[in-house]
Design a protein around this ligand. Structure first.
Ligand code: ZN
Length: 179
Protein backbone atom coordinates (compact mmCIF):
# COMPACT_ATOMS: atom_id res chain seq x y z
CA UNK A 1 0.00 0.00 0.00
CA UNK A 2 1.00 3.59 -0.44
CA UNK A 3 -0.24 7.10 0.11
CA UNK A 4 -0.21 7.81 -3.62
CA UNK A 5 -1.09 5.73 -6.67
CA UNK A 6 1.86 3.69 -7.98
CA UNK A 7 0.54 3.15 -11.49
CA UNK A 8 -2.35 1.82 -13.56
CA UNK A 9 -4.74 -0.43 -11.69
CA UNK A 10 -3.94 0.97 -8.25
CA UNK A 11 -7.05 1.79 -6.29
CA UNK A 12 -7.95 3.93 -3.30
CA UNK A 13 -9.54 2.13 -0.36
CA UNK A 14 -11.93 3.63 2.18
CA UNK A 15 -8.94 4.37 4.44
CA UNK A 16 -7.71 6.82 1.81
CA UNK A 17 -4.62 4.81 0.97
CA UNK A 18 -3.65 3.29 -2.38
CA UNK A 19 -3.33 -0.46 -2.91
CA UNK A 20 -1.89 -2.51 -5.77
CA UNK A 21 -4.33 -4.10 -8.25
CA UNK A 22 -3.95 -7.65 -6.91
CA UNK A 23 -5.22 -6.53 -3.50
CA UNK A 24 -8.54 -5.37 -4.92
CA UNK A 25 -11.51 -7.50 -3.76
CA UNK A 26 -12.70 -7.90 -7.36
CA UNK A 27 -9.24 -8.51 -8.79
CA UNK A 28 -9.01 -11.40 -11.21
CA UNK A 29 -5.61 -12.76 -12.18
CA UNK A 30 -4.89 -12.71 -15.93
CA UNK A 31 -5.76 -16.02 -17.63
CA UNK A 32 -2.85 -18.36 -18.37
CA UNK A 33 -1.72 -18.50 -22.00
CA UNK A 34 -3.59 -21.17 -23.99
CA UNK A 35 -1.84 -24.49 -24.50
CA UNK A 36 -1.51 -25.98 -27.98
CA UNK A 37 -4.00 -28.85 -28.32
CA UNK A 38 -1.97 -31.18 -30.45
CA UNK A 39 1.41 -31.56 -32.00
CA UNK A 40 2.47 -28.36 -33.71
CA UNK A 41 -1.14 -27.85 -34.79
CA UNK A 42 -1.83 -24.28 -33.76
CA UNK A 43 1.28 -22.18 -33.62
CA UNK A 44 4.50 -24.10 -34.16
CA UNK A 45 7.54 -22.80 -32.29
CA UNK A 46 10.00 -20.86 -34.38
CA UNK A 47 12.46 -23.76 -34.35
CA UNK A 48 9.92 -26.12 -35.89
CA UNK A 49 9.42 -23.78 -38.82
CA UNK A 50 13.05 -23.42 -39.72
CA UNK A 51 13.63 -24.35 -43.32
CA UNK A 52 17.17 -25.59 -42.83
CA UNK A 53 16.34 -27.77 -39.84
CA UNK A 54 17.42 -31.37 -40.21
CA UNK A 55 14.47 -33.73 -40.55
CA UNK A 56 14.86 -37.49 -40.35
CA UNK A 57 14.15 -39.94 -43.13
CA UNK A 58 10.63 -41.21 -43.72
CA UNK A 59 10.55 -44.92 -42.82
CA UNK A 60 7.42 -46.97 -42.47
CA UNK A 61 7.25 -49.04 -39.26
CA UNK A 62 6.40 -52.13 -41.30
CA UNK A 63 9.49 -51.78 -43.48
CA UNK A 64 11.73 -51.32 -40.43
CA UNK A 65 10.33 -54.52 -38.95
CA UNK A 66 10.39 -56.43 -42.24
CA UNK A 67 13.97 -55.50 -43.12
CA UNK A 68 15.10 -56.33 -39.58
CA UNK A 69 13.63 -59.82 -39.81
CA UNK A 70 14.95 -60.47 -43.34
CA UNK A 71 18.49 -59.41 -42.40
CA UNK A 72 18.37 -61.37 -39.13
CA UNK A 73 18.69 -58.21 -37.08
CA UNK A 74 21.46 -56.49 -39.01
CA UNK A 75 19.15 -53.82 -40.39
CA UNK A 76 17.78 -53.28 -36.90
CA UNK A 77 21.24 -52.15 -35.76
CA UNK A 78 21.64 -49.89 -38.80
CA UNK A 79 18.21 -48.41 -38.19
CA UNK A 80 18.97 -47.92 -34.49
CA UNK A 81 22.15 -46.05 -35.39
CA UNK A 82 20.37 -43.88 -37.93
CA UNK A 83 17.44 -42.85 -35.74
CA UNK A 84 19.70 -41.84 -32.88
CA UNK A 85 21.87 -39.92 -35.30
CA UNK A 86 18.82 -38.20 -36.80
CA UNK A 87 17.44 -37.28 -33.39
CA UNK A 88 20.81 -35.77 -32.48
CA UNK A 89 21.02 -33.76 -35.69
CA UNK A 90 17.42 -32.62 -35.40
CA UNK A 91 17.62 -31.48 -31.78
CA UNK A 92 21.15 -30.35 -30.80
CA UNK A 93 20.04 -30.21 -27.15
CA UNK A 94 19.91 -34.01 -27.19
CA UNK A 95 23.28 -35.59 -26.62
CA UNK A 96 23.72 -39.15 -27.79
CA UNK A 97 26.47 -41.26 -29.30
CA UNK A 98 24.71 -43.40 -31.94
CA UNK A 99 27.68 -45.79 -32.01
CA UNK A 100 27.49 -46.43 -28.29
CA UNK A 101 23.71 -46.84 -28.56
CA UNK A 102 24.21 -49.62 -31.10
CA UNK A 103 26.95 -51.19 -28.98
CA UNK A 104 24.60 -51.15 -26.00
CA UNK A 105 21.84 -53.08 -27.78
CA UNK A 106 24.21 -55.57 -29.44
CA UNK A 107 27.36 -56.54 -27.54
CA UNK A 108 25.89 -54.91 -24.42
CA UNK A 109 23.65 -57.96 -24.15
CA UNK A 110 26.51 -59.92 -22.57
CA UNK A 111 26.04 -57.76 -19.47
CA UNK A 112 22.88 -59.60 -18.42
CA UNK A 113 20.86 -57.76 -21.11
CA UNK A 114 20.90 -54.60 -18.99
CA UNK A 115 22.51 -52.19 -21.55
CA UNK A 116 19.97 -53.11 -24.27
CA UNK A 117 17.12 -52.37 -21.86
CA UNK A 118 18.64 -49.06 -20.77
CA UNK A 119 19.36 -47.97 -24.34
CA UNK A 120 15.91 -48.97 -25.60
CA UNK A 121 14.41 -46.85 -22.86
CA UNK A 122 16.70 -43.85 -23.37
CA UNK A 123 16.17 -43.84 -27.14
CA UNK A 124 12.43 -43.53 -26.51
CA UNK A 125 13.15 -40.85 -23.91
CA UNK A 126 15.17 -38.90 -26.49
CA UNK A 127 12.23 -39.04 -28.88
CA UNK A 128 10.02 -37.74 -26.09
CA UNK A 129 12.48 -34.92 -25.41
CA UNK A 130 12.44 -34.03 -29.09
CA UNK A 131 8.64 -33.99 -29.09
CA UNK A 132 8.49 -31.86 -25.95
CA UNK A 133 11.05 -29.41 -27.35
CA UNK A 134 8.64 -28.80 -30.24
CA UNK A 135 5.74 -28.17 -27.88
CA UNK A 136 4.08 -31.48 -28.64
CA UNK A 137 1.62 -32.54 -25.94
CA UNK A 138 0.92 -36.13 -27.00
CA UNK A 139 4.28 -37.84 -26.67
CA UNK A 140 5.78 -41.29 -26.78
CA UNK A 141 5.85 -43.17 -23.48
CA UNK A 142 9.36 -44.49 -22.79
CA UNK A 143 7.91 -46.89 -20.22
CA UNK A 144 5.52 -48.39 -22.78
CA UNK A 145 8.42 -48.63 -25.24
CA UNK A 146 10.48 -50.49 -22.65
CA UNK A 147 7.62 -52.88 -21.84
CA UNK A 148 7.15 -53.56 -25.55
CA UNK A 149 10.86 -54.27 -25.83
CA UNK A 150 10.69 -56.76 -22.97
CA UNK A 151 7.42 -58.52 -23.66
CA UNK A 152 6.76 -58.04 -27.38
CA UNK A 153 10.05 -57.43 -29.12
CA UNK A 154 8.59 -56.54 -32.50
CA UNK A 155 6.33 -53.96 -30.86
CA UNK A 156 9.31 -51.79 -30.00
CA UNK A 157 10.51 -50.87 -33.52
CA UNK A 158 6.89 -50.48 -34.65
CA UNK A 159 6.16 -48.05 -31.83
CA UNK A 160 9.43 -46.13 -32.17
CA UNK A 161 9.26 -45.93 -35.96
CA UNK A 162 5.65 -44.73 -35.97
CA UNK A 163 6.37 -42.00 -33.39
CA UNK A 164 9.40 -40.84 -35.36
CA UNK A 165 7.56 -40.92 -38.67
CA UNK A 166 4.79 -38.77 -37.21
CA UNK A 167 7.32 -36.28 -35.88
CA UNK A 168 9.18 -35.96 -39.18
CA UNK A 169 5.86 -35.72 -41.03
CA UNK A 170 4.87 -32.85 -38.79
CA UNK A 171 7.99 -30.95 -39.76
CA UNK A 172 7.58 -31.65 -43.46
CA UNK A 173 3.97 -30.40 -43.31
CA UNK A 174 5.11 -27.14 -41.70
CA UNK A 175 7.96 -26.71 -44.20
CA UNK A 176 5.57 -27.16 -47.12
CA UNK A 177 3.08 -24.62 -45.83
CA UNK A 178 5.67 -22.08 -44.63
CA UNK A 179 6.05 -19.04 -46.92
ZN1 ZN B 1 11.07 -31.69 -34.06
Amino acid sequence: MSDVSQGPGWWQATDGRWYPPENHPQYQPPPPPPQPLSAMAAAPPAAAQSQDMFVGKDRSPASVLGLSIITLGIYYLVWYYKINNEIRQHDPDIKVSPGWAVAAISIGAILFFIPPLVSSYTTAARIRQMQLDDGQVQTISPVVALLLHIFLGIGYPLYIASQLREHWHGHRRIMRTAP
